[in-house]
Design a protein around this ligand. Structure first.
Ligand SMILES: *[C@@H]1O[C@H](CO)[C@@H](O)[C@H](O)[C@H]1NC(C)=O
Ligand SMILES: *[C@@H]1O[C@H](CO)[C@@H](O)[C@H](O)[C@H]1NC(C)=O
Ligand SMILES: *[C@@H]1O[C@H](CO)[C@@H](O)[C@H](O)[C@H]1NC(C)=O
Ligand SMILES: *[C@@H]1O[C@H](CO)[C@@H](O)[C@H](O)[C@H]1NC(C)=O
Ligand SMILES: *[C@@H]1O[C@H](CO)[C@@H](O)[C@H](O)[C@H]1NC(C)=O
Ligand SMILES: *[C@@H]1O[C@H](CO)[C@@H](O)[C@H](O)[C@H]1NC(C)=O
Ligand SMILES: *[C@@H]1O[C@H](CO)[C@@H](O)[C@H](O)[C@H]1NC(C)=O
Ligand SMILES: *[C@@H]1O[C@H](CO)[C@@H](O)[C@H](O)[C@H]1NC(C)=O
Ligand SMILES: *[C@@H]1O[C@H](CO)[C@@H](O)[C@H](O)[C@H]1NC(C)=O
Ligand SMILES: *[C@@H]1O[C@H](CO)[C@@H](O)[C@H](O)[C@H]1NC(C)=O
Length: 884
């Protein structure tokens, strides 16, 4: 596929390989004996053959292929010899499986030689036999146009072929229209006007009468122009076309695709190895292609490289418009350029804004503003890949004598202006002015207003909300288009936050939030979408919300934030609320809810001396979340105020578990002692804690008075019945009522495991233990013998070991000599003998010794796995209840 466009133009040439066919040679009618010809095409096209040592053979340019500009010189020599005109196109090509030998050449030509022998003469290079693959040059020469004494293939004094031979063209009448036609016919770039460069070039000798041209500029061949003889003409016409020409290949139309460049007669892919091309350059390429506005440029990667013209680095430093020079090279990147076909925004300054013009034949026509709507403008911006039409207005400048384009009618959903309905302008008697469109990548961001019960703020970046208060976020945008919906999104730090959407009414949407809480904190963005086109999102407006404790209301003098006399503030003035007959449990309930103190337990009138207060006019039904949501307050003087006691007057207690290793880990090893602490932070004296337990098949509770607002429940030896959920319940009698608050639930697990082993000298299975042997202790991840020396080690200590290992009771214990002195654990004891875990009543320290202790117990070890774990409950019913 990739080569298809490279090989494109040689389609007209027969790609045969055996070329020695003297019969095809055109009859010689030239004075100079010739040694070059073109075969395989017409008279003026084909691949080059050369006559050497009397034999015509394919010319093999193997060594010369890399040098781009030499190729066109061979072509000029061969076009000249064969009586054809200027070189139009060259193309180097590999001919495989060549049966006949070719002439491989290592000379090069300057282009003005009359035959190849002259080229050879001045380079003193030879011709070789060649037998294998041939690198041939395909050439297309012009049949009837010739540029002489010029530079390159696109400029020079112009000759046209007449019946009498090549005749010069008169400079008189050779205007821009004629230049347009001739540059196009020669397959060069557009004409370069006002060029003085040719003045230094010697004028050719005139042998034939001058031909005088008269062209409109829209003719496809010079023969379509009016041509006459001017015998009195004095100066010849010099044609100067741009030597570079662009084209698009492999695209859907002539304005989209892979960009190719023709230079020195050769089409190659264009490369931008230094990534120097700017949007302005792309815009210029589109203009040279006679397309509309530039839409996009992307790079396409190939697996193999192709011959390329690359933008020269030196030249692209000086950024005069299109000051590019080109280097021959090989590239594996292609430039994929997209220009609009029939629509353009012409502007000197920027892409995506300008005077709207629509193609009409070979020219571009402006569009009448009075018949152009916002829908049409949005289609134009979309088609040009420019996003969204921000404005469409009358273009400044002169508008007379315009050839107005047709009138378009779009509904805004079309992808191109061509898809819209159109009718000729002629029928409409409109006063016309040109249209100027400004596109924007996205529609402008909406306005945001945040409304709370206290204020309404517009376009503020940070707003602080009161907890529990209601608030509104409204987003709106003043645009001529119809907004479909608004979207409000809360940006979470990591993941996607929640998003709310509302259909727009009059280009506005309001998001309602009944109660502010911490889930409404963070950075919000609001944006909108349009009804007519999916995928157009506006820019987002962002703002941050924070939620603060409700601070317009408080309960004072009550030892708790949830009990006391009610005070309100408005603009900073904290004052009590006067008691009214209308004050009831309903209003108290709203107060407790607003303070997040549960429900109202009681409310009553409290008398004091007369002071300034708030008089509250209530309209509450009791379900409100904030008092000021259902009433108003005015200043007042009174001697009675309101007391409110809420149900959550007691704060929640904390629950923690501790066991002998001072660990808060809730997984406790069997046999160890542990304790559970209940703690409450409160001003109230007294009260008691209840530790509520629910475990496997049983639940019970234990009560303790508080001491310093806390209570501790001891468990001397953890066993499996202690596995379960614990809660601290704090009870106190305050304000003549019993109140209760509960801690969170703490889950405690008792697991099998011991750091003490008896080493009977035999290797043991994992988890197995024996009931007699040397005592070993695992501590600090090291298992070592326990040393008695120099501390006390006796039968009560040994009985702790037997109990911990569930080996029954102790039979004997003694100190023994180890085989050698080694690292041991020395034991510091605080044991009485009734404990269930050795390290629960003592600690160990690293020591070097040669003595250990041996313990012999009565029973075999019981092995506890999940099955025996349940069995254990069954037979072990005499569990000691914890003492309180
Ligand atoms: C090439 O042209 C020169 C004259 O310029 C002539 O002397 C010579 O014979 C020609 N060679 C061939 C092979 O035609
Ligand atoms: C070309 O090469 C082939 C095979 O390599 C050989 O048979 C043939 O004779 C050669 N022809 C010439 C003219 O050298
Ligand atoms: C070329 O332009 C002239 C004048 O503008 C017009 O009369 C003529 O029809 C055009 N010819 C073509 C082929 O478009
Ligand atoms: C011929 O060309 C000359 C200029 O070189 C010009 O003055 C004259 O008018 C031309 N003749 C005609 C018949 O156009
Ligand atoms: C060029 O770009 C267009 C879109 O801009 C894409 O559809 C097309 O496939 C591209 N062509 C190549 C060869 O990458
Ligand atoms: C808009 O016009 C296009 C093409 O004319 C049509 O397919 C489409 O249904 C129209 N949409 C609406 C919403 O009218
Ligand atoms: C916060 O308010 C939302 C409703 O706006 C509610 O769904 C959520 O449960 C509340 N969260 C807390 C912690 O109160
Ligand atoms: C309760 O525990 C939490 C978390 O462990 C801690 O932040 C808080 O200060 C504790 N409260 C009391 C009264 O100890
Ligand atoms: C409060 O609780 C205590 C103990 O549970 C009980 O004796 C007393 O009657 C209760 N008082 C009231 C007012 O309910
Ligand atoms: C304890 O030792 C074992 C193996 O000797 C090792 O895998 C483990 O990471 C150690 N643990 C600690 C806490 O060092």
């Amino acid at each position: 596929m990739m080569l298809s466009f490279v090989l494109g133009f040689v389609g007209l040439l027969v790609t045969g390989t055996s070329g020695v066919d003297t019969a095809q040679q055109p009859p010689s009618q030239f004075d100079v004996p010739h040694d070059g010809r073109l075969v395989g095409g017409g008279r003026c096209s084909g691949w080059i053959q050369m006559k050497h040592q009397g034999k015509w053979r394919n010319m093999d340019l193997r060594n010369e292929l890399a040098f781009g500009s030499y190729k066109v010189q061979y072509a000029r020599v061969v076009c000249q010899q064969t009586g054809c005109g200027s070189v139009n196109t060259v193309f180097a090509r590999k001919m495989d499986r060549n049966e006949d030998p070719a002439w491989q050449v290592s000379f090069y030509c300057l282009g003005n030689e009359r035959n190849f022998s002259e080229c050879r003469k001045h380079t003193r290079k030879s011709v070789h036999y060649k037998n294998t693959t041939v690198f041939a040059l395909d050439v297309i020469c012009s049949e009837s146009l010739r540029l002489t004494d010029g530079r390159g293939v696109c400029s020079g004094y112009l000759n046209v072929k007449t019946e009498l031979g090549w005749a010069p063209v008169c400079n008189y009448g050779f205007d821009s229209g004629a230049m347009d036609v001739l540059c196009r016919e020669l397959d060069c770039g557009p004409p370069v006007y006002h060029s003085q460069s040719f003045q230094s070039i010697e004028k050719p000798e005139v042998l034939q009468p001058f031909q005088q041209f008269q062209c409109f500029g829209n003719e496809s061949l010079h023969q379509d122009c009016k041509i006459m003889v001017n015998t009195s003409c004095t100066s010849p016409a010099y044609l100067h076309c741009e030597s570079t020409k662009f084209r698009m290949v492999d695209g859907i139309d002539q304005c989209k695709g892979i960009i190719q460049l023709k230079l020195d007669g050769e089409w190659r892919v264009m490369e931008d190895p230094w990534r120097k091309m700017t949007a302005k350059d792309s815009e210029e390429i589109c203009r040279k292609l006679e397309c509309g506005s530039h839409i996009s440029t992307s790079v396409h990667y190939l697996q193999h490289s192709l011959p390329s013209w690359s933008v020269d680095r030196e030249c692209s430093h000086s950024r005069r418009s299109f000051c590019w020079t080109w280097e021959t090279g090989f590239s594996n990147t292609l430039l994929n350029v997209s220009c609009s076909d029939n629509v353009r925004l012409s502007s000197w300054r920027e892409a995506c804004a300008g005077k709207l013009e629509v193609r009409r034949g070979l020219s571009w026509s402006p569009v009448c503003h009075s018949v152009f709507s916002k829908e049409e403008a949005s289609v134009v911006c979309w088609e040009l890949g420019c996003g969204f039409a921000e404005t469409s207005k009358v273009a400044s400048g002169v508008n007379d004598n315009q050839d107005w384009s047709q009138d378009f009618t779009c509904n805004g959903t079309e992808n191109t202006l061509d898809e819209c309905r159109s009718s000729p302008m002629g029928s409409m008697q409109q006063e016309c002015q040109a249209t100027f469109i400004t596109c924007k990548e996205r529609p402008a961001r909406p306005r945001v207003t945040i409304q709370t019960t206290h204020e309404s703020v517009e376009e503020r970046k940070y707003t602080s909300l009161k907890r529990g208060g209601r608030f509104l976020v409204s987003c709106s945008q003043n645009t001529p288009y119809t907004i479909h919906s608004f979207h409000l999104r809360l940006a979470a730090v990591q993941e996607q936050g929640p998003e709310w959407s509302e259909l727009a009414v009059d280009n506005t949407a309001t998001f309602f939030f009944a109660r502010a809480n911490e889930t409404h904190q963070g950075r919000f963005t609001c944006y909108y979408t349009f009804a007519f086109r999916q995928g157009v999102f506006s820019e987002a407006n962002s703002f941050s919300l924070s939620v603060q404790e409700s601070s317009d209301l408080r309960l004072v003098d009550g030892n708790s934030r949830c009990a006391g006399q009610l005070e309100l503030t408005q603009e900073g003035d904290w004052m009590p609320v006067s008691y009214q007959h209308s004050w009831s449990q309903k209003e108290a309930g709203v107060v407790c809810r607003q303070l997040e103190c549960g429900d109202a337990a009681s409310t009553r009138r409290v008398d004091k001396q007369e002071v300034s207060m708030w008089r509250f006019y209530s309209d509450c039904d009791g379900s409100e979340h904030a008092l000021m949501d259902c009433g108003t307050a005015t200043k007042w003087t009174s001697s009675s105020t309101v007391e409110v006691i809420c149900t959550d007057v007691l704060p929640k207690p904390n629950i923690t578990v501790w066991w002998s290793k001072a660990s808060k880990n809730t997984v406790i090893t069997w046999g160890y002692s542990f304790r559970i602490d209940c703690l409450v932070k409160t001003q109230f004296p007294g009260g008691h804690f209840v530790l509520v337990f629910s475990g496997l098949g049983q639940s019970h509770s234990h009560m303790k008075r508080t001491v310093n607002h806390s209570a501790t429940f001891y468990f001397p030896s953890a066993d499996f019945t202690h596995t379960g959920n614990y809660r601290c319940q704090y009870n106190n009698f305050v304000y003549n009522q019993n109140f209760t608050s509960e801690s969170q639930t703490l889950t405690v697990t008792v697991k099998e495991g011991s750091e003490v082993f008896l080493d009977n000298g035999a290797p043991r299975e994992d988890g197995n233990s024996s009931c007699a042997g040397l005592v070993q202790v695992l501590y600090d991840n090291k298992t070592r013998f326990l040393s008695a020396a120099p501390a006390v080690w006796d039968k009560p200590h040994a009985s702790v070991v037997c109990r911990q290992l569930r080996c029954g009771s102790v039979i004997s214990t003694r100190e023994v000599q180890l085989q050698k002195e080694e690292s041991v654990w020395r034991f510091f004891s605080d044991c009485g003998g009734s404990e269930t875990a050795l390290l629960d009543c003592g600690s160990v320290k690293s020591w070097v010794s040669s003595t250990g202790v041996e313990v012999v117990c009565t029973g075999e070890a019981l092995l506890y796995n999940i099955r025996s774990y349940m069995g254990f409950f069954f037979f072990n019913t005499n569990i000691e209840a914890p003492s309180y």
